[in-house]
Design a protein around this ligand. Structure first.
Ligand SMILES: Cc1cc2nc3c(=O)[nH]c(=O)nc-3n(C[C@H](O)[C@H](O)[C@H](O)COP(=O)(O)OP(=O)(O)OC[C@H]3O[C@@H](n4cnc5c(N)ncnc54)[C@H](O)[C@@H]3O)c2cc1C
Ligand code: FES
Ligand code: FES
Length: 478
């Protein structure tokens, strides 16, 4: 049985909407329908943070607070969650929340346009963390832009929260919220609205039934790529299948020689796990979008976009990851190196979906990855390079190198690898290898970088990798 209504907790009540428009953003909904206009629209593409709201999600009988960009989240995604807006931070008696007080006390606001977004990001940070340090503040606020106050007073406000009691009216109402979240029906969702269809199956079995029945539906995970079709390109997505309610797709499993990451695992959850095995993978993910983006965007979404500048892709290529595809013919495994077949084209066929990705855990290798972008935080790569080398007694036994931003697809540098494999680990051979990058890649000019710049950067990254390994020292400016 499916339900055609979504339910979410808002202001200590279960709020229901019958057949909501699957293309309406949460931002429009809260401003136009709920008449809560504290949440602002800046860019409508997830880049400025003015629209940041917080969703409370039930996890092991606790509420997890996630900051998200409401401008790129569709309304039906609210199903089963608690919606928290800037207006809800103030208590019923008008008392400001500690986070709001901190912004007042430290003069963290001037024109005020960005302020609700900053406060909501800080609120999620405050609620989810017992202590607050500079790294956490930089990460939590990296998705919020301010054009007039400047960041110092805002960061000071965030720092001042460290020693404050976490107890607030959300804690006071916690049992009511938990009870309401549990009360919401756990049905499959099927919505029909203005000639648009939206499905949110709860199981893979149900997903496959829908895929058989509905031929040209778009799969929706975090929506940080797909939703821009609506908010930026002004298109309509007529049929959507949301994968975020399928718990079977949300897992991280550890085996002896590999880890398997379920398709719907968010990058924020993945980054914590991959840190144990490949520190540079974690470092790249920390610079991937913002917390608001990583709270929702998924590893499968990044892979399926096949974007030439998708940040996880060169890293997965250098690590020789495998993509597990599921669909009407059952599961099959494809090495990621064979998965991208053209600009934003993959081996996925009609009715297929990514089930998981398997990443080998290598014992004797050195793994390095570098992202070059115009801005350090919340920016897309101009070039992203990834290097996976096994060196034994100054002899290169294995080399897998991949780049993003250098071709129409993220791609291995096979010819360059051949120069390195079975060679001495020396500057001379790396110098020779850099010249070979021109045989592997012919990058394009675009607004992010010129062809010449991209090639120069790729060569330099290969040399940087060599010198970092040789000197056992990082060549980085943080
Ligand atoms: C502000 C902002 C900053 C960003 N920064 C970065 C960045 O730093 N680096 C970077 O690489 N990207 C970045 N992106 C791009 C975006 O975050 C990624 O492409 C993201 O990984 C997409 O994942 P998602 O779960 O949101 O996918 P969605 O948007 O839900 O889907 C993307 C595509 O994948 C398909 N898809 C989703 N799940 C599956 C599945 N299980 N099986 C098959 N197909 C599926 C969808 O149909 C769609 O075609 C940014 C985007 C925004 C808006
Ligand atoms: S309006 Fe800019 S991130 Fe949403
Ligand atoms: S206070 Fe004006 S944009 Fe931040």
């Amino acid at each position: 049985m499916s339900s055609n209504k979504i339910e979410f907790v808002f202001q200590n009540k279960v709020h229901q909407i019958l057949n909501p428009d699957p293309n309406e953003t949460v931002l429009n909904f809260v401003r136009s329908n709920l008449k809560k206009t504290g949440t602002k629209e800046g860019c409508a593409e997830g880049g400025c943070g003015a629209c940041t709201i917080v969703l409370g999600e039930l996890k092991n009988n606790k509420i997890l607070y996630k900051s998200i960009n409401s401008c790129i989240t569709f309304v039906p995604v609210l199903n089963g969650k608690q919606l928290i807006l800037i207006e809800n931070l103030t208590s019923e008696n008008g008392k400001l929340h500690s986070v709001q007080n901190a912004m007042v006390d430290y003069h963290g606001s001037q024109c005020g346009f960005c302020t609700p977004g900053f406060v909501m990001s800080m609120f999620a940070m405050f609620k989810n963390n017992k202590s607050i340090n500079n790294e956490l503040i930089n990460d939590s606020l990296s998705g919020n832009l301010c054009r007039c106050t400047g960041y110092r007073p805002i960061i000071d406000a965030a720092k001042s929260l460290d020693n404050l009691s976490r107890y607030d009216h959300f804690d006071k109402d916690k049992f009511i919220t938990l009870r309401l979240l549990k009360k919401i029906t756990k049905k499959n969702i099927e919505i029909t609205s203005n000639n648009k269809k939206y499905f949110a199956p709860k199981t893979i079995k149900e997903l496959k039934k829908i895929l058989n029945k509905v031929k040209d539906a778009k799969l929706l995970s975090g929506g940080t790529d797909l939703s821009l079709e609506v908010t930026k390109k002004r298109k309509e997505l007529e049929k959507i299948i949301y994968l975020g309610s399928i718990e079977e797709l949300n897992f991280i499993k550890k085996y002896k020689n590999e880890i398997e990451i379920g398709a719907s695992t968010t990058l924020i959850n993945f980054e914590k796990q991959i840190k144990k095995y490949y520190l540079d993978f974690y470092n790249i993910l920390k610079r991937y979008g913002s917390v608001q983006i990583r709270n929702v965007c998924t590893i499968a979404g990044n892979i399926a976009t096949a974007s030439p500048i998708g940040d996880s892709l060169p890293l997965l290529l250098a690590l020789d990851a495998k993509i597990i595809i599921d669909g009407k013919n059952g599961k099959k495994t494809i090495p990621i190196n064979n998965f991208f077949i053209g600009y934003r084209k993959t081996k996925l066929k009609q009715g297929d979906f990514i089930y998981s990705v398997k990443i080998p855990i290598l014992k004797y290798n050195i793994f390095k990855a570098y992202k070059i972008s115009k801005r350090f935080d919340d920016d897309i790569s101009s070039v992203c390079g990834s290097f996976n080398l096994e060196i034994n007694k100054n002899h290169i036994k294995r080399a897998k190198i991949a780049f993003g931003g250098m071709s129409e697809v993220p791609k291995r540098a096979i010819k360059t690898e051949k120069i390195l494999i079975n060679s001495e680990f020396s500057e001379k051979i790396f110098d020779k290898a850099t010249k070979n990058l021109e045989k592997d890649f012919s990058p394009i000019d675009d607004m992010r970088a010129s062809k010449k710049y991209r090639m120069e950067v790729a060569k330099n990254l290969l040399l940087k990798c060599f010198f970092e390994i040789k000197n056992q020292k990082l060549l980085r400016i943080n």
